[in-house]
Design a protein around this ligand. Structure first.
Ligand SMILES: NC(=O)c1ccc[n+]([C@@H]2O[C@H](COP(=O)([O-])OP(=O)(O)OC[C@H]3O[C@@H](n4cnc5c(N)ncnc54)[C@H](OP(=O)(O)O)[C@@H]3O)[C@@H](O)[C@H]2O)c1
Length: 274
């Protein structure tokens, strides 16, 4: 089946029958219907702010992360507004990722929006002194984890011939900074992967794009410096940084465009950043 797009809010499915003539099937766009979003890394920072913003816009949520108590707390907070389901798993654990996403309860099994947000930097070291365990964490989470989650969710989106995937990259996907070596490499990979996914999934009616944040004040630096709060706080002192809510606002803008618009690649930096 080939999907092609005509007027705003509509798509048509073109089925080739045996005589190879085209049959046009009208599929109403789901733009005004209640949507479900799966957000990875919803326990903190950009992911949590996006969950809160989506809930205020009436989007049902599947919240993911490894810290179950935070997921449950957020669920409690957002449930009066929308339906919420939580999935506690490590995205770098292939088996756990597929098990969690393939066993969603029926009311959450149709996913319209995937926000591939889970990710972190570990360490800030020159390449010759870099810690191999840190490198492996970043590759396993930022790259392989994003692939596992996408593959698991795609099984579902392909059935519906629709969906929207946003990969959270970074300005580190576009530039490389001193001692950022492996983190930058994973985010450059996310950028390339986004382009590849978009090409492959277009014919299935699935939109793919990336949003690349610049410096944003979250738990990111605390994780990067292995829990050293003083070092982490230093990163955000004396500079203007983005707030996670700024990103949530941008992410909501991107996912709420009419069906025929795909904002494919967006960089958002604080005014202070080069
Ligand atoms: N903050 C920035 O300056 C900045 C700039 C550019 C890009 N980004 C990107 O933005 C995204 C969100 O980061 P953030 O700034 O919001 O950082 P954050 O506050 O540290 O949040 C990271 C989130 O990812 C989740 N996560 C990390 N490893 C995971 C794993 N193995 N399995 C499942 N979930 C995992 C964490 O949840 P659990 O710990 O509960 O699992 C947490 O919810 C990341 O992809 C990051 O690279 C951030």
């Amino acid at each position: 089946m080939n999907i092609f797009f005509t007027k705003t809010n509509y798509k048509f499915a073109k089925n080739a029958n045996k005589s190879n003539s085209a049959v046009l099937t009208f599929i109403p766009d789901t733009i005004n219907m209640k949507k479900t979003a799966l957000i990875t890394g919803a326990t903190s920072g950009i992911g949590m702010a996006t969950a809160i913003r989506f809930a205020s816009e009436g989007i049902n949520l599947i919240l993911c992360g490894r810290r179950d108590e935070r997921l449950l707390e957020l669920k409690k907070k957002l449930q009066p507004k929308v339906d919420v389901h939580t999935l506690c798993f490590d995205v770098s654990d292939k088996k756990a990722t597929f098990a969690a996403i393939s066993n969603l309860p029926p009311e959450f099994s149709s996913i319209d929006i995937l926000i591939n947000n889970a990710g972190n930097a570990y360490g800030l070291d020159s390449i010759e002194t870099g810690n191999i365990a840190d490198w492996e964490f970043m590759i396993d989470i930022n790259l392989k984890g994003l692939l596992y989650v996408s593959k698991a969710v795609l099984q579902n989106m392909m059935k519906n011939n629709s969906g929207h995937i946003i990969n959270i990259g970074s300005t580190a996907a576009k530039n490389v900074y001193k001692k950022g070596n492996v983190y930058c490499a994973t985010k450059h990979s996310v950028d390339a992967l986004t382009k590849g996914m978009r090409i492959d999934l277009k014919e299935h009616g699935i939109k793919v794009g990336s949003i690349h944040p610049g410096l944003t004040e979250t738990e990111f630096s605390k994780v990067r410096f292995h829990g050293n709060k003083e070092k982490a706080d230093e990163v955000y002192s004396n500079v203007i940084s983005l707030k996670p809510e700024d990103l949530a606002d941008i992410i909501h803008f991107v996912i709420s465009r009419p069906y025929h618009i795909n904002i494919s690649d967006l960089v958002a930096m604080p005014i202070s950043q080069n």
